[in-house]
Design a protein around this ligand. Structure first.
Ligand SMILES: Cc1cc2nc3c(=O)[nH]c(=O)nc-3n(C[C@H](O)[C@H](O)[C@H](O)COP(=O)(O)OP(=O)(O)OC[C@H]3O[C@@H](n4cnc5c(N)ncnc54)[C@H](O)[C@@H]3O)c2cc1C
Length: 363
C-alpha cells in the first residue's frame, strides 16, 4: 500500500494517471504539494483481498479522499474467497487478543451496515486434551483480563451443549462466545459494494509490476494495464493464479477418517464445496503490518498464515491508522515489519521450512 504523504512532514501528493506513458504499462504518478496535515490526499492499495478492501474502507472513513485498489485478478480472488471465514479471539499473546477483539467489534458493526453480509456469532469451540488444558491456566487469565468471554466445558458437558459432538470424559472445551464465522463470498461482495458506494476506485485484472522509488520515497506505482502480451517483470515471484491449485485427493478422506469419531454428522455426508488456496507466513509466523523501513510512503499488510480473514477488519484499520495517524491505537509492535532487520532473508527464503518445524501456532 502506498500513501502519498510522509508521516512527519506536512506534505501530500496528487496522483495523475497517464495511460500513454509506456504503451501497455500504466504509471500512477505521484507528485508532492505542501499541505498542513499528515493525512494523505490519496492512497493506492495493491491487492483486493479482504486486507486491501478493509484498508480501503477505513482509509475512506478516516477522510482520505482518493483511494484506489488494484488487483491483478478479481476482487477476493486470492486467498480470501477460499477462506473458511472462521474467527476466534482466544490467541496466544495480549496484542493478538486485543487486535481480534477489535476485529470482532468491526465484524459486528459490518453485520449491521453491509448489505447482504451477516456475521454468524455462534461462538467457537476449541477442544483441548487434559494435559494441554492444564498447561494453559495463565493464558486463560490473560484472555479474561483482555475481554475474553468464554465457558469451560468438560467431557459430557461438551456433548450436552453440542449433541452432534462426541467428547471423551478427559476432553476440555473452551467455548469462545464472541467468535463465529462469516461466509467469505457474502462478506467480500458486500464490502466491495460498500466501497464502490463510498467512491473507492477498484481496478481488477491489472497487475502491479513495480514501484518507482526516488530518494527514500515511493513516487510511482507501475501497473500492466490489461494486456497479456506485455512482458512484465516480476515483482513478487512467478506469475500464479489460485485457479491452478487442485485440492489434494486425500484431504477429504483424511478429514472424514479423523473427525468421524467426533461427529457422526459426517457419516455419508456430501460436501457442498471444497476450496484450496495458499497461506503465506513470515519468519516468526506472525502477521506483518506497518510501514516498510527505509521507503517512505510504503506500507505492508501480509503474511496472516491461516488467520487473515479473522484479522482483516482490524488489520485494515491498523494500516489506515499507520497511514493517516502515523501509528496504531493499540500496541502493535509485534507486527512491525522492521522486526526482521537482523534476519538473513536470502537464507530464509532459499530453503524450505516445514510446518512441523514452526512449533504450535494458533490462528
Ligand atoms: C483453504 C483456506 C482456508 C482458510 N480459512 C481461514 C479461516 O477460517 N479463518 C481465517 O481467518 N483465515 C483463513 N484462511 C486465511 C485467509 O484466507 C487469508 O489469510 C486471507 O484471505 C488473506 O487475505 P489478504 O487480503 O491478505 O490476501 P489475498 O486474499 O490473497 O489477497 C491478495 C490479493 O493481492 C493480489 N495481488 C498479488 N500480487 C499482485 C500484484 N502484483 N498486482 C496486483 N494485485 C496483486 C492477488 O490477486 C490477491 O487478490 C484460509 C486460507 C485458505 C487458503
Amino acid at each position: 500500500m502506498l500513501r502519498r504523504a510522509p508521516a512527519q512532514a506536512a506534505t501530500a501528493r496528487i496522483i495523475r494517471r497517464d495511460r500513454t506513458v509506456t504503451g501497455f504499462r500504466q504509471k500512477v504518478r505521484i507528485e508532492w504539494l505542501p499541505v498542513p496535515s499528515n493525512k494523505p490526499e490519496s492512497v493506492v492499495i495493491i491487492g483486493a483481498g479482504v486486507t486491501g478492501l478493509s484498508t480501503a474502507f477505513h482509509l475512506v472513513e478516516k477522510g482520505v479522499e482518493s483511494v484506489t485498489v488494484i488487483d491483478k485478478g478479481t476482487v477476493g480472488g486470492g486467498s480470501s474467497l477460499q477462506s473458511g471465514g472462521i474467527i476466534t479471539m482466544l490467541m496466544a499473546t495480549v496484542t493478538e487478543v486485543r487486535a481480534r477483539a477489535i476485529a470482532l467489534d468491526i465484524f459486528e458493526r459490518f453485520s449491521g451496515i453491509l448489505d447482504g453480509y451477516h456475521f454468524h456469532q455462534v461462538g467457537c469451540l476449541n477442544l483441548f486434551t487434559e494435559e494441554v488444558f492444564s498447561q494453559n491456566a495463565a493464558l486463560r487469565e490473560m484472555w479474561l483480563r483482555n475481554g475474553g468471554q468464554f465457558d469451560i466445558l468438560r467431557g459430557a458437558e461438551i456433548s450436552d451443549r453440542f449433541p452432534d459432538l462426541e467428547a471423551a470424559d478427559s476432553d476440555y472445551g473452551i467455548l469462545d462466545h464472541r467468535s463465529g464465522f462469516s461466509e467469505p463470498h457474502h462478506y467480500v461482495a458486500a464490502l466491495k459494494a460498500k466501497l464502490e458506494e463510498m467512491g473507492v476506485d477498484i481496478r481488477e485484472n491489472e497487475s502491479v509490476i513495480g514501484f518507482e522509488v526516488r530518494g527514500d520515497r515511493v513516487r510511482e506505482v507501475v501497473t500492466v494495464a490489461g494486456s497479456i502480451d506485455v512482458p512484465a517483470y516480476e515483482m513478487n515471484g512467478p506469475e500464479f493464479h489460485i485457479g491452478e491449485l487442485q485440492p489434494h485427493p486425500d484431504a477429504l478422506p483424511f478429514i472424514e477418517e479423523n473427525l468421524i469419531e467426533r461427529t457422526s454428522l459426517l457419516e455419508g455426508a456430501e460436501w457442498d464445496y471444497h476450496t484450496v488456496g495458499l497461506i503465506s507466513l513470515a519468519h516468526d509466523v506472525k502477521p506483518v503490518i506497518g510501514p516498510v523501513p527505509g521507503v517512505d510512503g510504503l506500507y505492508v499488510g501480509a503474511h496472516f498464515h491461516s488467520g487473515g480473514f479473522a484479522y482483516n477488519p482490524v488489520s485494515g484499520l491498523m494500516l489506515a491508522e499507520h497511514v493517516v495517524d502515523g501509528g496504531t491505537s493499540i500496541d502493535t509492535e509485534m507486527y512491525n515489519p522492521a522486526r526482521f532487520g537482523s534476519i538473513d532473508t536470502e537464507a530464509f527464503l532459499s530453503s524450505p521450512v516445514m510446518h512441523s518445524e514452526m512449533g504450535i501456532t494458533r490462528h
